[in-house]
Design a protein around this ligand. Structure first.
Ligand code: ZN
Length: 267
């Protein structure tokens, strides 16, 4: 299963299956919302296959899920904790981003005037598929995972440091680019997955999920002990070393093996 959410020519949102053709990703046919399959697909609407690249250029990609919350994990790669001068945490360090911070692939990250340093943080995001509540320490988490997508945990670093809580520094509008595609055809529970973040084409971050301090199953169980995870909820699993500020006009890309590239312009 690989799919995206897009705007049809008449501005109506729809879901479409994604297929690779000649090394390029195409939205090929309209489907029902995979998280709400009882909703009828818009199959009556005429639809011709279109590349994700073209959808991005035409600003027709949408965030592919509608989370009730975005749960993030701070300092989950040793090298990133070290680069900011922090100890490796002994328990997952959780914080939330508001759904209002979501931005689709191809959207523009707006740097707030009150911040002097807005950083990218490329991350692998888990999408929850089934309500998860108080999972036991040995619970199998696979049935609760719908799929994965790319996420950029954009951060106003100076405000994150000056405020006792991270809510503002992490929560501005447009600070959570996510997408462009959902896939359950990558297997980070059993295989290593690589992540690369580029700024204006230059590689800034390289991460491997085998270097995560807290594994994906551990994170899902740990979060579910605190809050009920709902279908569509996003878990941003942490960022590797190499975070750096972005300037107006920059293009930031988060690329994860087996997922499409999440690309956003900065203003
Ligand atoms: Zn982060």
């Amino acid at each position: 299963m690989r799919y995206c959410k897009l705007l049809l020519a008449n501005q109506i949102p729809a879901f479409a299956a994604v297929t690779e053709r000649n090394n390029e990703l195409f939205a090929t046919e309209l489907i029902a919302d995979p998280l709400h399959p009882q909703a009828a697909p818009r199959t009556a609407h005429p639809f011709a296959p279109i590349s994700l690249a073209q959808l991005e250029r035409e600003h027709r990609l949408l965030v592919p899920v509608t989370p009730t919350k975005i749960v993030c994990v701070g300092r989950n790669y040793r090298d990133h904790a070290a680069e900011l001068g922090n100890e490796v945490p002994t328990e997952p360090l959780l914080f939330l981003k508001p759904p209002s911070s979501l931005l689709p692939a191809g959207g523009t990250v707006e740097r707030p005037a009150i911040s002097k340093r807005v950083d990218f943080e490329g991350e692998l995001a888990i999408i929850i598929g089934k309500q998860a509540r108080q999972l036991a320490d040995d619970a199998d988490v696979a049935p609760f995972i719908h799929g994965y997508t790319c996420l950029n945990d954009v951060t106003a670093r100076d405000i994150q440091k000056s405020d006792p809580q991270w809510t503002r520094g992490k929560g501005f509008d447009t600070f959570c680019p996510a997408g462009p595609m959902v896939s359950n055809e990558i297997h980070p529970l059993t295989e290593n997955i690589s992540l690369v973040t580029r700024l204006n084409g230059e590689v800034k971050q390289r991460g491997e999920t085998r270097d995560l301090i807290f594994t994906l199953p551990h994170l899902i169980r740990y979060i579910s002990q605190c809050m009920t995870l709902e279908p569509g909820d996003l878990i941003a699993t942490g960022t590797p070393a190499g975070v750096a500020p972005m300037q107006a006009g920059d293009i930031c890309e988060v690329e994860i093996t087996g997922l499409a590239t999440l690309r956003n312009r900065i203003r």
